[in-house]
Design a protein around this ligand. Structure first.
Ligand SMILES: C[S@@+](CC[C@H](N)C(=O)[O-])C[C@H]1O[C@@H](n2cnc3c(N)ncnc32)[C@H](O)[C@@H]1O
Length: 333
């Protein structure tokens, strides 16, 4: 009998004759795939850095040639005009930054509270923690661009997770609530309003309620820890809900999304109050069946950036291996 099983569990043969590395064949295959993925990612990063450097050099040379080809007077004009453009750009950027800070402060006062529960770091590998940190960074950036941002909380933020977050440039200035302790302690006076979002809940979320605080499990686990957030919420006696994906899309396998996808969907919904548009804008097209009709293709580049920067690309590969696909729900959806 072959050593690995479709469900990823260790077979009888593997239990009797464990491989020398101590890892099951499935785990070895996954590890190899992860290593290949990391190597490819590093290679791409180095290539892009090199391209950016070349492009900078090309532009600088072009500019110098331009200056050398004109009279002294024209040269001064060109330099002044360039300085003016740069100043304008910086002023615009600082104005946008000011507006963003204002929106985020307003959201802190009266916006939708969204918690990322970081109490699972002991269940993740260093690279999974890194991936989660990238997802959080991406969520914060997307939230900052929203007209109606939410207010993000990071709870259970300690250890390796906290160290990695602290290393992000500007993290100390983020307009969020960061707690070392659990959301249960930090928000104990609002326990009745806590809603843990989990794909395993039987309750379907039909709307977002400002008085509620939605919790997203900070976990990159390639669904290794199935049902862990549902179990946690049940043990704590707090409400749970799942996204209404099934009402709008049909998926042939799991409806478990990544942290950044869930948060982006919540943010899109805050803006549009339209679940279908939110799902279509955030759930990558390649995860959807060709028959999907896309109501609005806006924000595509942003969503792909998110996957590149912080998405669980490995999980997505894993899901596509299982031929994950979804089709637009029909009326029976
Ligand atoms: C990668 S998933 C983690 C899956 C994990 N095995 C679990 O039991 O939650 C990250 C988080 O996104 C949220 N999430 C993912 N898919 C969801 C869905 N369909 N409905 C509601 N929340 C979801 C959950 O909070 C989940 O913990």
């Amino acid at each position: 009998m072959e050593g690995t099983q479709e469900n990823g569990e260790t077979s009888v043969e593997e239990r009797v004759n464990p491989p020398a590395s101590g890892l099951s064949k499935t785990a070895q295959k996954k590890q190899l795939k992860q290593q290949r993925y990391e190597a490819k990612k590093a290679e791409k990063k180095a290539r892009m850095k090199e391209e950016k450097k070349r492009e900078g050099e090309r532009k600088r040379k072009e500019w110098e040639e331009k200056l050398a080809s004109v009279t002294e007077e024209e040269r001064s004009k060109l330099i002044e005009s360039r300085k003016g453009m740069r100043k304008e750009r910086m002023e615009k950027r600082s104005e946008e930054r000011g507006k963003k800070i204002q929106r985020l402060n307003e959201a802190k006062e009266k916006g939708q509270n969204i918690v990322i529960d970081l109490e699972f770091s002991h269940l993740m590998t260093a690279s999974e923690i890194h991936s989660l940190v990238q997802q959080i960074m991406y969520c914060y950036a997307v939230n900052g661009k929203c007209e109606t941002p939410g207010h993000l909380w990071l709870t259970g933020c300690k250890g390796e997770m906290e160290s990695q977050l602290n290393r992000l440039p500007g993290f100390d200035k983020w307009i969020i609530d960061k707690e070392n302790g659990s959301y249960i302690e930090a928000l104990q006076d609002r326990k009745d309003n806590l809603v843990y979002l989990t794909a395993d809940s039987e309750t379907v979320l039909d709307d977002l309620d400002l008085s509620k605080i939605y919790i997203v499990g900070g976990l990159v686990d390639r669904n290794r820890w199935k049902g862990i957030t549902m179990k946690k919420a049940q043990e704590q006696g707090i409400q749970t809900a799942k996204l209404p994906i099934g009402n709008y899309l049909k998926m042939s396998s799991s409806q478990v999304l990544t942290v950044n996808q869930v948060i982006e969907i919540l943010l899109k919904f805050l803006e549009t109050r339209d679940w279908k548009a939110s799902f279509f804008q955030v759930i990558p097209q390649r995860k959807r069946f060709e028959a999907d009709s896309e109501p609005n293709s806006e924000a595509k580049s942003e969503e792909h950036q998110g996957e590149e920067d912080g998405g669980e690309s490995e999980e997505e590969d894993y899901q596509s291996e299982r031929k994950k696909k979804c089709i637009e729900a029909t009326s029976d959806g």
